[in-house]
Design a protein around this ligand. Structure first.
Ligand code: PAZ
Length: 312
């Protein structure tokens, strides 16, 4: 087993405590949707943490709020997909993302009448809430969406491999849409202190190690027939397309969605081995609150349908 390999990672790092429960849920979900011949997508969403202590008080984190993943999950449901929404605990979720922060409170009215106090949705908010609530109820009523959560990069990798093992049975009807911002660096288990680091010991020297790249075994071994879409975030525009192309060359998957940190919510580039296609929202669309994920998902779903139809 090579040092720093994915095999070593799973041999050394223990699965999360809720792993077996999540694995059962994933298995049941994939078997059921495979039985009906449904299209199924794994959407990963949000950032991962890198704990600095086993009894974790402090950790390294990243910026991702799960906006891309939670919005995309809704559009995949609209496109008729069964959706596994694998997200960072407490990051944005499909449907409820529309009401995060104070937004929900501002939609409600209260009539205080002692024990007969009532709370109602303000008339002008009903138009906003009703269609979202209907879509939420329809997705959950049909058993079309499964939520599983991770926090650390290790939890994420365990869950990703388990999801792939369950999705493999769906062959080309399965898609992986890997929008989570997964740490490239971690601290190996044996280098993490058990207890909270003490300032009396002086400034800690922390050496981060590379997280093994899972895209290689994922594409070659775990889900070889699936339509795999990875994401690439950069802050230097000159690196964006070359790095997206390098990833496609290296891992031989189907697409990289390339985006810049600053413009990620109104501009992405869909990079495939054959072409590059920019999706850009106009100023008016941004103002009107259009989600760029609607266009991203509809184009990827179209390409996935071609992939699933192709003779093999
Ligand atoms: O979660 P969010 O909407 O704030 O950001 C989305 C994103 C930038 C994390 C995603 O589009 C992405 O590029 N994910 C992969 C990041 C990377 O590992 O390069």
């Amino acid at each position: 087993m090579a040092s720093g390999s994915w095999e070593e990672f799973f041999a050394v790092h223990l699965p999360p405590t809720d792993f077996e429960d999540n694995r059962s849920l994933l298995k049941e979900f994939c078997e059921r949707h495979d039985h009906y011949g449904n299209k199924i997508v794994l959407v990963t969403s949000g950032g991962t943490t890198v704990p600095l202590e086993h009894n974790t008080v402090r950790f390294v984190d990243n910026f991702s709020a799960g906006t891309r993943g939670s919005a995309s999950a809704e559009y995949f449901l609209e496109q008729g997909y069964a959706v596994i929404f694998m997200h960072r605990q407490k990051s944005l979720e499909p449907f409820t993302r529309h009401f995060s922060g104070q937004k929900m409170m501002d939609m409600l009215d209260i009539q205080e009448r002692g024990p007969n106090t009532t709370i109602t949705v303000k008339p002008d908010s009903v138009d906003v809430l009703a269609p979202i609530l209907l879509r939420y109820k329809a997705a959950h009523g049909a058993g079309a969406v499964l939520y599983v959560t991770f926090t650390t990069v290790s939890d994420y990798l365990w869950l990703l491999r388990a999801a792939c093992e369950c999705l493999a049975r769906c062959g080309p009807r399965a898609m992986l849409y890997l929008a989570a911002a997964v740490s490239d660096f971690h601290i190996p288990k044996d280098k993490v202190p058990t207890h909270k680091m003490q300032s009396e010991s002086g400034p800690p020297v922390i050496q981060l190690h590379l997280v093994p790249k899972m895209l290689k075994p994922l594409v070659n071994l775990w889900v070889p027939a699936a339509y795999v879409v990875s994401f690439k975030l950069e802050t230097d525009e000159s690196l964006l397309i070359p790095k997206a192309r390098a990833a496609l060359d290296k891992y031989k998957h189907k697409m990289v969605v390339a985006n810049m940190l600053q413009s990620r919510h109104h501009r992405v580039i869909l990079v495939t081995p054959e072409a590059s296609q920019e999706i850009l929202l106009t100023r008016e669309e941004v103002h009107a609150g259009v989600d760029i994920e609607s266009a991203i998902v509809s184009e990827i779903a179209r390409l996935h349908a071609e992939h699933a139809r192709a003779p093999r």
